[in-house]
Design a binder for this molecule. Structure first.
Ligand code: C2E
Ligand code: SIN
Ligand code: SIN
Ligand code: FE
Ligand code: FE
Length: 405
């Protein structure tokens, strides 16, 4: 082989490598952008649920509540129009109650028997009816005529079920094809759940407790989606958030925290590293140790969490973990340098679990530790990093064999 060819070959190979590297960088960037978009979307959805919550508890006028819900349905799900049909208990007919985004008032004359049309089927069969192309679908003749001028393409009808009873149907319409993912469908069902609660609330006030329970379930589903998006960006090992949340709840219970406190502990654990949203990838994903300047930035992540969560009223009681999870028993932690019992119990509990799970997981900056080494570390750090009582309770749970999940 002549020298010239060799150089050429080398050049080609280097060029190929470079192309590959650029493609990899682009892919990583796209993935990060996608994760950030998801985080934003979850945040908006959480805020939407909060607004609906306020409308439900603050208004006894169902139409006002429906208007708030329909606004959120159309904006959060990105659809052209939506309406609520109520099932009248005596006539068993679905009638129009409120709508958004329609060109004409024709649909206000909707009246469907159970089983009639898409909405009637959603109510009768008690599941979501999805129609990707209305033009090709058979619907009750009268409804087709009412719909003809609107130019809708896709349709979803979700039954509104409260306490096992069908109360109505939430319908969403779009004038172009949409290809909804599972998250979109889940959020549609969550919003339908809120509408069902609103209907139920307006007729009966004695179930306030139950509806509050269902509302917090809706919040928590959204929080879980949020936590997953964070994990993706952080390149955390799959399931880190779920594992630390479950272990933290067990340990907090063992430390005597009440079930009422645990509601907030759970949310705090799910969101513990939400502040890392404010940390650039170049630091978060750095393969080696951080420089002093980089540490200054990294140590801000609990402060970012505090600033992000403080304005969300129902997450404020969950702030102890995101804000204080890097404080240390001996006062050498951050961001406040709190000492001993100045650190909220929830954060003292969480710190042990987070470090344990972090050590057992691989990180961009080091490989995973074997379990014995991690156990030894937790023991050794009692009274330094950790509350000695919490560290001891953690060891006891380990001996009972319930620590691994
Ligand atoms: P993280 O990776 O989730 O780690 C959470 C905590 O677990 C750490 O808090 C630390 O208390 C403990 N931990 C994790 N790995 C080790 C380890 O190898 N040895 C020991 N002794 N403890 C460990 P910390 O130190 O405040 O760090 C907070 C976050 O800062 C970490 O979260 C990680 O995202 C980042 N970080 C920490 N050290 C490095 C590093 O050397 N390189 C890079 N790129 N990031 C780092
Ligand atoms: C809410 O309605 O704000 C959820 C209930 C809670 O914060 O525990
Ligand atoms: C909590 O974080 O909810 C409890 C704080 C404590 O008991 O120290
Ligand atoms: Fe952290
Ligand atoms: Fe963590």
């Amino acid at each position: 082989m002549r020298d010239e060819d060799k150089t050429k070959e080398q050049l080609v190979s280097e060029l190929t490598e470079l192309r590959q590297r650029i493609a990899e960088l682009k892919a990583a960037d796209t993935e990060r952008k996608r994760a950030e978009e998801r985080i934003q979307r979850q945040l908006q959805r959480l805020t939407a649920l909060r607004e609906i919550d306020i409308a439900i508890s603050g208004s006894s006028d169902l139409r006002v509540t429906f208007n708030v819900i329909l606004d959120q349905v159309t904006t959060q799900l990105g659809v052209d129009a939506a309406d609520v049909l109520l099932l009248h208990p005596h006539t068993q007919a679905l009638e129009y109650a409120a709508g958004r985004g329609f060109c004409s008032a024709a649909l206000q004359h909707t009246r469907l028997r159970l089983g009639e049309g898409h909405a009637g089927r959603a109510a009768l069969e008690r599941h979501i009816i999805s129609v990707p192309d209305l033009a090709e679908a058979e619907d009750g003749l009268r409804r087709s005529l009412l719909l003809a001028d609107e130019g809708f393409t896709t349709y979803h009808g979700v039954p509104l079920i409260a306490k096992g009873q069908v109360k109505g149907v939430l319908e969403v319409f779009h004038r172009a094809p949409i290809d909804p993912d599972q998250e979109w469908l889940d959020f549609l069902e969550t919003l339908a759940g809120q509408a069902a609660i609103a209907i139920d609330n307006s007729t009966l006030f004695d179930n306030l407790q139950r509806s509050n329970f269902e509302l917090s379930l809706a919040y928590d589903t959204t929080l879980e989606g949020w936590a997953k998006a964070l994990e993706l960006r952080d390149m955390e090992t799959e399931g880190h958030t779920r594992r630390v949340t479950e272990m933290t709840l067990r340990l907090a219970r063992a430390m005597g925290m009440s079930e009422a406190e645990l509601v907030h502990v759970r949310r705090g654990a799910l969101l513990h590293d939400i502040g890392k949203i404010g940390i650039p990838d170049s630091i978060l994903r750095k393969p080696g140790p951080l420089t002093e300047e980089e540490w200054d930035i990294m140590r801000q992540h609990p402060v970012y969490a505090y600033e992000m969560l403080l304005p969300i009223a129902h997450l404020r009681p969950a702030l102890d973990i995101p804000y204080y999870h890097h404080e240390k028993w001996d006062g050498t932690g951050y961001p406040r340098g709190l000492k001993g019992r100045q650190i909220p119990l929830a954060a003292r509990v969480f710190a042990v679990v987070d470090v344990w799970d972090a050590l057992l997981s691989g990180r961009p900056y080091r490989p995973a530790w074997p379990e014995e080494k991690a156990t030894e570390y937790i023991r050794e750090q009692a009274e330094k990093h950790f509350d000695p009582q919490v560290a001891e309770a953690f060891m006891e749970l380990e001996m009972e064999g319930v620590r691994e999940l």
